[in-house]
Write a protein that binds this ligand. Structure first.
Ligand SMILES: [Zn+2]
Length: 299
């Protein structure tokens, strides 16, 4: 029955010409994770009892995700789907709504208390993982869902949960220590899209961006000239690139400011929506704060 339904579902999607491959080690539960950040957390809690299947490949922009035939096969072959939600993963939620309940799917953001979420113009900002303590609150949710799937591995999942919680506490402490090295008046983070709102709230930065919460839009949250006015007024001298977003808008902002006699440097590349070469969430977060401290402090 599942196979007949699967064929029907695939017909709903655009045929991509990809060769379909099914997954993987039959002895392990396969968890499909939408992003690398989620994949890293699920693997840390699941350990050797699970395998993951990553929906949005490293370096790809989650905001522009659209499910292919191969993705639909992987979704239906998985034991569980873990995704961020809140509109982060392009058309993934739409695809899941079309597929129905054939595979259990859980949204991380739906588990976050409403008063912890950040909205702008009534639109939810989905980039919750940039606050290490808020991300810590997701760990138990992941462990509970893995236990629900494999009750017999409960002890290992909860042991792994404790290790991950400890790692996140250490990370949060490290970020706070590093932020203390930056003069208070320099704690302004200017990036391409509004991915660092949770980071800013947690660690005391004002955040400004050219685009809104998504990179996948021609609608800009702010006019470049309007943003230039704000940066001149605040005497901001550093702006940042993002790993999955073309540099052209940040370069345009830099040249707009230069034409008005205000020089800003590029402070480095931050990882907003991907892990990139960092490979783990912990390394990605440390890369970001180290880059920010190098650029904004007198270190
Ligand atoms: Zn983003």
């Amino acid at each position: 029955m599942k196979k007949i339904y699967l064929v029907f579902i695939i017909l709903l999607f655009v045929f991509t010409g990809c060769q379909v491959k099914t997954i993987k080690d039959k002895d392990k539960s396969v968890i499909m994770c939408s992003t690398e950040v989620i994949d890293d957390l699920v693997r840390a809690v699941g350990g050797d009892f699970i395998e993951t299947s990553l929906a949005i490949k490293s370096g790809n922009d989650p905001h522009s995700f659209s499910a292919t035939e191969r993705d639909i096969i992987r979704i239906t072959d998985s034991s569980l789907i873990v995704y961020n939600g809140g509109g982060l993963e392009g058309r993934l939620e739409w695809a899941l709504s079309k597929i129905g309940n054939i595979t259990p799917a859980v949204s991380i953001i739906k588990n976050i208390p409403e008063d912890k979420l950040i909205y702008k113009d009534k639109v939810l900002n989905p980039h919750i993982w940039h606050d290490a303590m808020l991300w810590k609150s997701v760990v138990t949710f992941i462990a509970d869902n893995l236990v629900k799937m494999n009750e017999e591995n409960k002890q290992v999942y909860y042991q792994n949960e404790e290790i991950v919680l400890y790692t996140l506490t250490s990370l949060d402490k490290y970020i706070k220590e590093q932020v203390a090295l930056i003069p208070k008046e320099k704690r302004v983070l200017v990036t391409e899209h509004d991915a660092f709102a949770y980071f800013g709230k947690a660690y005391g930065f004002e955040t400004l961006s050219i685009q809104g919460i998504s990179t996948y839009s021609e609608v800009y949250s702010i006019d470049i000239n309007e943003l230039a006015d704000i940066l001149i007024e605040k005497n901001v001298d550093t702006i940042f690139l993002e790993a999955t977003v073309p540099a052209r808008n940040i370069k345009l902002l830099q040249s707009t400011l230069k034409a008005r006699g205000h020089f800003v440097k590029i402070g480095g590349t931050l990882y907003a929506d991907t892990l990139g070469h960092n490979n783990t969430y912990d390394k990605m977060m440390r890369h970001n704060i180290d880059t920010i401290v190098r650029a904004l402090s007198n270190k």
